[in-house]
Design a protein around this ligand. Structure first.
Ligand code: 5GP
Length: 114
């Protein structure tokens, strides 16, 4: 089932898009958790990481490389950043269109709550 992210990718719903090509779209998170909070999303509708197949290997790798490029462009490559893919309930996933969070611009603290 389609989510709001498909409408953003199709530019039917506004978002602050920072990068787009034939495989991925990247845009600022509407509710940023850090000074830089950008979502890198495959244009193809993959609901969760569990639904990714070997066919998606290329786009998944591309998402990581695009994230690193965006980090450089936002001057957080050297200070550091975190890449997160939340999956299903325990992962805290809210939008069921696979996405990679790029977070940075301040010390992000412990990786997870203990
Ligand atoms: P998840 O919890 O699924 O990993 O993260 C979903 C993220 O999408 C959240 O950080 C949320 O703020 C963001 N988000 C949800 N709806 C929209 C939207 O309509 N536009 C944008 N730009 N971000 C959204």
């Amino acid at each position: 089932m389609s989510t709001i992210f498909s409408k953003i990718i199709a530019r039917e719903v506004p978002a602050n898009i920072v990068y787009q090509d034939d495989r991925v779209t990247a845009f600022h998170d509407i509710n940023p958790a850090a000074p830089v909070h950008i979502l890198i999303v495959p244009n193809k509708e993959i609901p969760t990481m569990n639904d990714a197949t070997p066919e998606d290997e290329g786009v998944l790798g591309h998402m990581l490389l695009v994230a690193a490029q965006i980090a450089r462009e936002h001057n957080i490559a050297e200070s550091g950043y975190r890449l997160i893919i939340n999956t299903n309930a325990d992962g805290g996933q809210e939008v069921f269109h696979l996405h990679l969070h790029l977070l940075g611009g301040r010390p992000l603290g412990p990786m997870v709550q203990r």
